[in-house]
Design a protein. Structure first.
Length: 654
């Protein structure tokens, strides 16, 4: 086997000697250490440690030909195992979606633009640079590389992994950033370059010890771009610019709005007394949870339930999406059925104690829907409130119409209830279904856009529908799964709390993952299994419901025996893992006596501390009594005092 010096490898690779030496030092490149004629350390790299092209290049330069084993065609590598979409974090999935859309736009641009493909690609790259800027670089090489990766369905190749190993870490003192932001967020609106210069001057005059820690200009530029736009606009440009660029609009203009741009959601108590379908004669009022399209006013999704809840909201939204597609925005009030940590996020309901708690990605964010909350007690902002006033007409057609309050309650309601003329829940639900589809959605449009008046609401919806965002049923089920807060895998696995009761899910994999923090997603309509995700929302496994370990007090002997047998099996599996670990060490070193191990270490440490004292540094300590005795006798011999110890002992005993 031939050995090459660092200089020879550097010439083959076309890099510096220092770089090759650093690879040998950190172990990235296999090497052997020896000394040269001057007794200095040197590194020798085996030829087999280099890449195959470098080996061929070396043999061709030295011998004029390449060995036969290097000339053989390289065997095809095993196909790369593709990573599913759920194997990425939420941020990585956003990056994948972004690149997929860019590549789709690129292909459409190439097909619809005449001219050479090279010029067309250059024009598209320029367009991307204008749209995305320097924060998201796009070039022809990147487009071709990403397109090739996407054709192989290798989603991992669309992720930019540079710099993630040190993400969130910085060696720059926070005082430097604070001083820079002080100069940047100023009404003088100095350029970034001048703000950096001012920061240097402040540090030089006030904090000279920070001068060696000042970062490069790119760091200051990144800090300026990380500053929120509303903050920078208000501080640098003033209130008028803030209101023009970042202020929230109050008036609603519907002329430029398209169908499925905005959906508005709310709940409405139906003013009809019904009885349950199970024959229990229990009387109550049902609630309509509905979504309407803001542009046309049609009902896109609805469900009739006992009480408004987050599950009812999701059921109505799922029904709407399956038929009409996914909207861009959702306008809702501040109810708990919308401001929920796993549906739309907590919003303004977030408390200080919840800020540092990591929550799952809300369902609306997974669907790409942006939620907007109305100002409290501002019903005029939601047109669905006015639409529900029209819905009252349907309630008045029923015999058991009860009115919205005591004043509006009919006089004959009590007698009709006694006569038993009460519709069931199923009858009312069916009427609502038929009336919404065939009556309310077919009404004449009377909204704010004058040009559309005279058309039916369905006609207005179809006329202004330019694009439908759809999702496959399987993907939609995954995106609309509810999620628990972060929980720790316990002895019985993970749980989902339903009506205050914990339902546990468990399998062998969860048993070995106890102590890990995870999110649990579940489908309220299919509670037989759940999906478990790690802290970064990466899919881990599917866990079934645990039924054989949940027994009541009247369980049979066989059921108890089966549960105890399963409990013992997990202990046995854990014990086998421990024994296997011990056998691995005993087979190599034998049984290790821990007491003997520490005693031998103590003796070794003790022997190392024994030293022979130097007589020149020894200081004798003399008792004070002897010093006084010597002073009295002036150096002459005196009769020592006799002490009767036996007498002293007897006195002590007495």
């Amino acid at each position: 086997m031939e050995l090459l010096t660092v200089k020879e490898v550097a010439q083959l690779k076309g890099c510096s000697d220092r770089y090759i030496k650093s690879l040998a030092l950190n172990g990235s490149l296999v090497s052997q250490t020896t000394t040269n004629g001057k007794n200095r350390k040197m590194y020798l790299i085996p030829i087999d440690a280099l890449e195959q092209p470098l080996q061929s290049k070396y043999y061709k330069q030295k011998y004029g030909e390449v060995p036969e084993q290097l000339r053989r065609s390289k065997e095809k590598a095993a196909p790369k195992k593709l990573k599913p979409l759920e194997g990425f974090t939420a941020d990585q999935r956003d990056e994948i979606e972004r690149w997929t859309q860019i590549l789709r736009d690129w292909q459409n641009f190439r097909n619809n633009t005449p001219g050479s493909k090279a010029k067309v690609d250059a024009a598209f790259v320029k367009q991307c640079k204008d749209n995305y800027g320097s924060d998201f670089p796009v070039s022809k090489d990147i487009l071709y590389r990403k397109q090739a990766v996407l054709k192989r369905n290798d989603l991992d190749g669309l992720i930019d992994k540079r710099g993630h190993w040190k993400k969130g870490k910085s060696s720059v003192p926070p005082e430097i950033r604070d001083l820079f932001m002080y100069t940047y967020l100023d009404e003088r609106a100095l350029t970034i370059k001048k703000c950096v210069e001012a920061t240097h001057l402040i540090i030089k005059q006030e904090r000279p010890e920070l001068l060696p820690s000042i970062p490069a200009y790119d760091t200051f530029y990144r800090w300026s771009k990380e500053c929120p736009m509303p903050v920078a606009t208000l501080a640098r440009a003033g209130e008028k610019a803030f209101n023009d660029r970042c202020g929230v609009f109050v008036d609603r203009l519907y002329d430029d709005m398209e169908s499925n741009d905005y959906w508005i959601a709310d709940g409405h108590s139906i003013d009809v007394i019904t009885q349950m379908d199970d024959g229990s004669q229990q009387q109550h009022r049902l609630t309509l949870s509905a979504f309407i399209d803001a542009r046309s006013g049609i009902y896109v999704g609805w469900v009739v339930t006992d009480n408004p809840s987050s599950d009812a909201t999701l059921c109505a939204l799922r029904k709407a999406i399956k038929k009409y597609g996914i909207p861009r925005y959702l306008y809702v009030d501040n109810g708990r059925e919308y401001l929920n940590y796993d549906i739309g996020g907590m919003g303004h309901r977030t408390r200080k104690r919840h800020v540092d708690i990591k929550l799952p990605t809300p369902i609306l964010s997974r669907l790409g829907i942006q939620m907007t909350n109305a100002i409290p007690r501002n019903a005029q902002a939601k047109i669905i409130e006015r639409e529900f006033r029209n819905f009252t007409f349907l309630s008045q057609l029923f015999e058991t119409w009860c009115g919205s309050n005591v004043v509006a309650k009919p006089e004959k309601l009590k007698s009709k209830l006694k006569a038993g003329k009460i519709p069931t829940d199923g009858e009312l639900t069916q009427v609502v279904e038929d009336m919404i589809e065939g009556y309310f959605n077919q009404q004449v449009y009377n909204g704010k856009v004058v040009a559309d008046r005279g058309k039916t609401r369905n006609e207005v919806y179809n006329a202004h529908l330019s694009k439908i965002r759809k999702a496959a049923d399987e993907d939609l089920n995954l995106m609309m799964m509810r999620s628990t807060r972060m929980q720790t895998i316990a002895q019985n696995g993970v749980y989902v709390k339903i009506s205050g009761e914990k339902i546990y899910y468990f399998n062998d994999e969860l048993f070995m993952l106890q102590g890990k923090k995870v999110f649990v997603r579940f489908d309220p309509e299919a509670m037989d299994e759940v999906r478990v995700y790690d802290e970064d929302e990466k899919f881990m496994l599917t866990a079934p419901i645990q039924t054989d370990m949940m027994l009541d007090y009247f369980a049979t002997k066989d059921e108890l025996s089966h549960a105890m047998q399963k409990k013992r099996s997990y202990r046995r599996k854990t014990k086998e893992i421990i024994e296997l670990q011990h056998e691995n060490i005993v087979s190599q070193y034998g049984h290790i006596n821990m007491l003997d191990l520490f005693v031998r270490a103590a003796k070794s440490n003790r022997e190392g501390l024994l030293v022979t004292p130097d007589t020149n540094v020894v200081e004798m300590v003399i008792p004070e009594e002897r010093k006084q005795l010597a002073a009295v006798s002036n150096g002459t011999n005196c009769t020592p005092v006799q002490i009767d110890r036996l007498r002293m002992i007897k006195n002590n005993e007495r």
